[in-house]
Design a protein around this ligand. Structure first.
Ligand code: HEC
Length: 189
């Protein structure tokens, strides 16, 4: 009787191990599939870049260093906490004053309620004025074109230049002021 109990227990353990490894394999497979989708998308996207600026890997590195912690590698941020840049930045760029606004967010930060894709964010993004003019331009150009954003840019898109960033310095804006500028951005026609 005791032996049988051990046998049942042993078989139970084997079944559990097999089920777990099966589930893990399925998980790994779905992850690979996901990565593959991203790779396909990137390959497709690299072939049709409207602007050469993205060929510069500097922007990607800057993004990885300064932005990825919140806006994530996918550029999708985290709903309710960090707004997405993917599928979103081109719509800001396209607005009157959009370039200036994007530069201001990086130089002066942003705080206060904003709404993106029906989701409200009551967050705070710290100013990053320590980045030099060229780096601010580059990281924004990268974010404007990565993740398929390039497809959504207006045809007359011109890459942001270091001089554009220099022009926005020394305004002494607070993160809340930048939020007011965002409001104006959406009120303008
Ligand atoms: C520590 C987290 C964090 C980091 C790092 C960060 N951001 Fe943000 N970002 C936020 C948050 C939070 C908001 C929204 C703030 C709010 O709700 O007012 C935001 C908002 C923005 C917006 C405005 C979006 C809109 O719809 O107006 C842009 C543009 C942006 N970030 C770009 C960047 C870039 C580019 C970098 C890197 C240079 C970066 N962020 C780094 C947290 C971060």
């Amino acid at each position: 009787m005791r032996r049988e109990a051990w046998l049942i227990l042993g078989m139970g353990a084997v079944v559990i191990v097999i089920t777990a490894s099966l589930l893990y394999t399925i998980y790994l497979f779905s992850q690979t599939q996901h990565d593959q989708d991203d790779a396909d998308r990137t390959a497709e996207f690299e072939g049709t870049l409207p602007v050469e600026a993205t060929a510069d890997p500097g922007g990607e590195q800057l993004y990885a260093r300064s932005c990825v912690a919140c806006h994530r590698e996918s550029g999708r941020g985290r709903a309710g906490a960090f707004p997405p840049l993917a599928g979103h930045l081109p719509s800001l760029y396209a607005r009157e004053g959009g370039t200036d606004y994007l530069i201001d967010v990086v130089l002066y930060g942003l705080s206060g309620d904003i709404e993106v894709d029906g989701e409200t964010y009551r967050g705070f993004m710290a100013p990053m004025a320590h980045l030099d003019d060229g780096d601010v331009a580059e990281v924004l150009n990268y974010s404007l074109q990565a993740w398929g954003n390039a497809y959504q840019l207006p045809e007359d898109f011109t890459a942001i230049e270091a001089e554009d960033v220099a022009d926005r310095r020394d305004q002494g804006l607070a993160p809340g002021d930048v939020r007011d500028k965002r409001k104006e951005l959406f009120e303008a026609p």
